[in-house]
Design a binder for this molecule. Structure first.
Ligand SMILES: Nc1ncnc2c1ncn2[C@@H]1O[C@H](COP(=O)(O)OP(=O)(O)OP(=O)(O)O)[C@@H](O)[C@H]1O
Ligand SMILES: [Mg+2]
Length: 317
């Protein structure tokens, strides 16, 4: 059900799209003087058409990794390559959808927001409208084309952001907790919609989430990041390692292949085993936990099921 992967293990028959090689990211310490290491030794290959989720404790560097892939941050060491070309800045081959529901242009309508992205991507004026409408139909917003962002719900705004990102036909969609600000029901609906869009467009998705259940339902593979500096108590974020840290620096706790058949439900056999494994890898303290009701559900269900087959670097455990 859950298979631990060696980072260098190639996926059979899959075509590599993105390569992250020995990535380190350091920021100047806000306290002055030294530097903070946020990401260390990240090695990752992302394959064309896959759905990869990144999970980990608050502050462990998930957004920083996504921003490096998007080209908003430059690596301190190492490199990132897309289709063999080094990433040196943002590009329309990597579109990002953010957690905040205020990422739309407030002075433009739903249609205007998508048309603006198409204009920026160099799509000729005569093609823009039809293409924008097509993608807005895909996310179910065809009746809201003339609405302004302040007239939309949070879920509708995220749909616009997804349509806008998809409309320029990027190679990959980078999503940073896009559903975190939504209520549970809207979140479930959008998860299903995203899976449908992913299957229809065959786009590659890298999806950051705190929610273990969301990661299991959606992803082919799950990358678990570990904080370089542990949290200072149960509810504080974990930090970056400063210069004096003697800890071995590696940001990757595990890379897991999720072989549960789709569509996935929390009550299906094997779901609870992966959930428990991921919960252990992330750590029990802090906000990385799934909502209590999800947790209770998963634990209750997993108690009745046989343990999933866990393979560690090819050896069954
Ligand atoms: N521009 C910056 N300058 C200094 N430190 C930064 C900067 N950006 C991020 N950091 C630090 O990097 C660490 C990781 O931040 P990041 O936003 O990547 O975490 P995260 O895993 O996305 O957390 P969350 O789950 O809360 O969103 C934090 O300690 C943060 O303070
Ligand atoms: Mg973040």
């Amino acid at each position: 059900m859950a298979v631990f992967l060696n980072h260098h293990q190639r996926r059979e028959g899959a075509e590599p799209l993105l390569a992250v090689n020995s990535l380190y990211k350091r920021f100047p310490s806000p306290r002055g003087g030294g530097e903070l290491t946020v990401l260390a030794g990240v090695e990752l290959t992302v394959y064309r058409g896959e759905f990869l989720s990144i999970i980990g404790r608050s502050g462990c560097g998930k957004t920083t990794l996504l921003r490096c892939i998007a080209g908003f941050e430059k690596p301190s060491r190492g490199s990132l390559l897309i289709e063999g070309r080094e990433i040196t800045g943002p590009g329309i081959d990597r579109m990002m959808v953010f957690q905040e529901t205020d990422q739309l242009f407030l002075w433009l309508t739903v249609l205007g927001n998508v048309e603006f992205a198409l204009q920026a991507a160099g799509v000729p004026r005569r093609e823009r409208r039809a293409r924008a409408v097509h993608y807005l139909e895909m996310v179910g917003l065809e009746r809201f084309l003339e609405y302004y962002p302040h007239q939309l719900s949070g879920g509708m705004k995220q749909r616009v952001a997804i349509a806008r990102a998809l409309s320029v036909a990027p190679r990959m969609l980078l999503m940073d907790e896009p559903f975190a600000a939504l209520d549970a029901m809207t979140r479930n609906v959008l998860q299903q919609e995203l899976l449908r869009l992913w299957q229809e467009t065959k786009i590659t998705i890298i999806f950051v989430t705190h929610n273990i259940q969301e990661a299991i339902i959606q992803s082919d593979r799950i990358l678990v990041l570990r904080p370089l500096l542990p949290a200072n108590g149960a509810n504080t974020p974990c930090g970056a390692a400063d210069n004096g840290s003697q800890r071995p620096l590696s940001s990757i706790a595990a890379l897991i292949e999720n072989t549960l058949p789709r569509p996935r439900r929390p009550d299906m056999p094997g779901f609870g085993a992966i959930w428990r494994q991921l919960n252990l890898l992330i750590g029990h303290d802090g906000e990385a936990r799934t909502e209590p009701e999800d947790e209770a559900e998963a634990v209750a269900e997993s108690a009745a099921e046989p343990a999933g087959a866990i393979v560690l670097d090819g050896k069954a455990t």
